[in-house]
Write a protein that binds this ligand. Sequence first.
Ligand SMILES: [Zn+2]
Length: 384
Amino acid sequence: MIGDEVFMENGTNDIALEYFRRLSDIATASFHEGEICSEIKNILIPFELKVSEDEWGNLYVESLVQKDNTPVVFVAHMDHPAFEVVEKVGNRLKIKVLGGHSKHVATTGLKLKVIADNLQAIPASILGVEQNKYKDTSIDNSDWLMVDYLEARLDQNTEIGNLPRPVILDLPPFEIDYGKEFIWSRSADDLAGCAAILAAITQASKRKFNRPVTALFTRAEEIGLIGARLAAQSGKLNNRSMVYSIETSSEIDGVKIGDGPVIRVGDKMTTFHNEPESLVRWYANQISKRSDSFKYQRSLMDAGTCEGSAFGSYGYNVSGIAFPLGNWHNRGKNSVEMEYISMEDYFNGVSLLYEMMTAKSPIAVTNSFPKISQNIKNRLKQSY
Ligand SMILES: [Zn+2]
């Protein structure tokens, strides 16, 4: 059994897996998050939560509680690195790169799926990079694709509907390896974060929230945290809120897949804040006291920039929880591959979110030192 005893609500782990599978089954890309958003709304129907959208299509899910405790916001993004068709001549396509990809995607013959406007997935493949795009030798040293457009072709000349249409890598959507206890998804970044928040908030709504909780599902993160920046700028969230980025983040030195979700002290761009981090650590330590299977890590996950930095730069107090991720942005050793996270890390992350939503905490957790005793002070006042 993995982390089960942590839960007051039985079956939360199964629900968390089910939500992750349901979201992973859907093709997603920056600007093309509509289907994921609809599925999240479908999942939320039976629960007593307030659901709304802002003018940019970010989705807000709020607890219906009036309490003075500091509000918390858990933010995850609905998109994943992908492409979109911007030109189609016969079966030849010009596709725009949306988000960070490995150089593997420029391999001639690499399989893609174009999502037609009737949502049918049409098989296609990469022809290559537009000519004269790799001349800069500095670019060749990078493992990442440094071009804006690729050429591709549809396997058959079919209508795909009005452009732009989303294009994703042709990878299996979701698999569980019960032997290694890994969850594989073609888009764990960040559907794992979305599903984890959803599992926690829906289960918490059946019990009792201890504070105002908002789940925020954003758009277009992979092309520059656009949805999060607009949400932060809009001031729609209470400015006292502590905002937590719930993300996957590439496994780095000092962090291990399977050693627990990571309390994230910062990202590539900024360091985060003490107050929200102290609060999440306080909760994590509470769970650790009663559950042997619960573990967590703490690190500055600086492989990428996350939505914590977006909210931090607009004055919010931010922190984060990250699931250490393998095959970040589908970058396998020799080709594109599904991403993966540890199942136990995932369940422990859901436990932590659930705990933060439902369990009481001290009003202020700051991880400050205790008072220094008069005894010690007096000793230091004496000579050496
Ligand atoms: Zn992400």
